[in-house]
Design a protein around this ligand. Structure first.
Ligand SMILES: NC(=O)C1=CN([C@@H]2O[C@H](COP(=O)(O)OP(=O)(O)OC[C@H]3O[C@@H](n4cnc5c(N)ncnc54)[C@H](OP(=O)(O)O)[C@@H]3O)[C@@H](O)[C@H]2O)C=CC1
Ligand SMILES: CC(C)=CCC[C@@H](C)[C@H]1CC=C2C3=C(CC[C@@]21C)[C@@]1(C)CC[C@H](O)C(C)(C)[C@@H]1CC3
Length: 437
């Protein structure tokens, strides 16, 4: 019987794949190093997460250490980890489904329809904060998250592979207009990596939108808080460096959830399919590598002078100001160009009917929001001092990510706006850093 079921399910998948082969667009230009990149990245990045977590707990904490620090296999597994990861996903899904906040519409899809999305991420963050306070009051040892980091990361990586596999297989039942432009080449490894379907849903539950903002992003600040509690356990109080890292990153996450609606216009939601790259990025990469500074500070405490702390707070404030103002200016302009806050800005027309801002923040550089984000990234690493490279991993990775992302966005915009984009580039010649790049 089991064999018969297996035969029918595999033959249904084969039939769906044959149907899809007639619809695929193999001529689409491949990104992220094509098939080679799509094969190597899913091996290399999960190992990088585990390696970085091991390095940050080692006394030397050197990323260049040879031979590299490798964890004994016993440290990679804890039966509590899958319970926590699945429980966390279930809890955040429950918050997502609660009828709180408003419902917003996404961008217009290929078939002319618009999907509906709940805007209740900030509510989910607040409820999570209340639950954390309650668990502290009940005496739960949140600092134990430090010991669990490696097993939790292993489980998050496992969940990412399983979810990506589910998404790849289920995409063969999606109508053709629901597929993403880039992940529909017919090459299984590449399509698994990029994601075939644009907005995979189970009923009204949008998997990409949920994963982008909830389990990983809120998980990141919970891990940070766990590191702070571990420091309190070890040294009786939280250090200024730890408080700054926690505060800065909490501000960033709270801002993302407060402005949740703006995510509906990002490249990831509008253009990219939901495949391994985004699933792993959202569920494993963000919570476990973005929290490295806090984990590092547990083992390598740093003292910070009031002057140093003031300079770092100022840098984070400046970065946040540029990031928020520029993102809000573009969102406001895209939603309502006649709004008084943007109606006086200089713009150029494009053949699509949409206009491009050429003054204000978007007249300074072509990606002022990336500039602000990078300044914040630096401010998150500086509290960890200058003796180690590891806390600066985020700055290096993020610079590479944003330069690559800028180039991808530029290609899309040139294809979309043609000559108008070229004249924008002539008017605003620098991409991210004024007079530098
Ligand atoms: N912390 C992290 O790990 C990450 C953070 N981010 C952050 O996410 C935020 C969103 O970034 P991202 O989605 O990459 O891209 P952007 O928010 O920069 O959006 C790019 C789009 O904006 C529109 N646009 C570009 N120039 C203009 C202009 N002059 N006038 C009007 N519209 C313009 C175009 O879309 P259209 O014309 O179609 O509207 C373009 O495709 C950024 O702040 C970034 O720093 C991003 C990635 C990772
Ligand atoms: C190395 C690797 C696997 C990369 C995958 C990239 C993802 C980690 C990022 C792609 C775009 C992202 C965004 C955010 C987090 C990182 C990922 C998922 C974001 C949610 C962070 C908070 C911001 O305010 C944001 C909402 C603008 C942002 C959106 C893009």
């Amino acid at each position: 019987m089991a064999e018969l079921c297996f035969y029918f399910s595999t033959s249904t998948i084969k039939r769906q794949i044959m149907k899809f082969n007639k619809q695929k667009s193999p001529q689409a230009e491949k990104e992220f190093g094509g098939t080679l990149g799509a094969t190597c990245i899913p091996v290399f990045l999960p190992l990088t997460v585990l390696y970085l977590l091991c390095v940050c707990r080692s006394p030397v904490a050197s990323v260049l250490q040879w031979p590299p620090v490798l964890p004994p296999t016993a440290q990679l597994w804890d039966p509590l980890a899958p319970v926590l990861i699945l429980g966390w996903m279930a809890l955040q899904s429950f918050f997502y489904l609660l009828p709180m906040g408003k419902v917003s519409e996404g961008m217009v899809l290929k078939d002319g329809s618009r999907l509906k999305y709940p805007i209740n991420g900030f509510h989910a963050l607040c409820i999570t904060a209340v639950l954390l306070t309650l668990s502290l009051w009940l005496g739960m040892p949140l600092g134990y998250l430090f010991e669990l980091l490696l097993p939790l990361a292993v489980c998050a990586i496992g969940v990412s592979f399983l979810l990506s596999l589910y998404l790849y297989i289920s995409s063969f039942w999606a109508p053709h207009h629901a597929l993403a432009q880039g992940g529909n080449t017919g090459n299984p490894l590449y399509d698994f990596f990029m994601g075939r379907e644009l907005n995979p849903r189970i009923g009204s539950f949008d998997l990409k939108y949920f994963c982008e903002l909830r389990p990983g992003l809120i998980g990141w600040v919970v891990i940070n808080f766990g590191m702070l509690m571990k420091e309190v356990e070890l040294r009786d109080s939280a250090s200024l460096a730890m408080i700054l890292v926690n505060g800065f990153q909490l501000l960033y996450v709270a801002d993302a959830l407060w402005n949740e609606e703006a995510v509906l216009t990002t490249m990831d939601i509008v253009h990219d399919g939901f495949g391994f790259m985004l699933v792993f990025g959202d569920l494993a990469w963000v919570p476990f590598t973005y929290s490295l500074q806090a984990a590092f500070l547990v083992v390598h405490p740093q003292s910070l002078s009031p002057l140093g702390a003031t300079a770092i707070v100022t840098l984070n404030g400046a970065g946040y100001y540029i990031f928020r103002k520029s993102n809000s200016q573009k969102n406001q302009f895209r939603r309502d160009p006649t709004h008084p806050s943007v109606s006086k800005l200089e713009t150029i027309a494009t053949a699509t009917g949409k206009r491009l801002l050429v003054s204000g923040w978007w007249g300074l550089v072509r990606h002022p929001n990336y500039l602000g984000d990078l300044l914040m990234a630096l401010a998150w690493s500086l509290p960890c001092g200058f003796n180690h490279l590891l806390p600066y991993f985020y700055v290096v990775y993020f610079t590479v990510l944003l330069i690559h992302r800028e180039a991808r966005d530029e290609r899309h915009c040139r294809a979309k706006y043609g000559l108008a984009w070229d004249s924008y580039c002539r008017r605003v010649p620098y991409r991210i850093f004024p007079y530098i790049y």
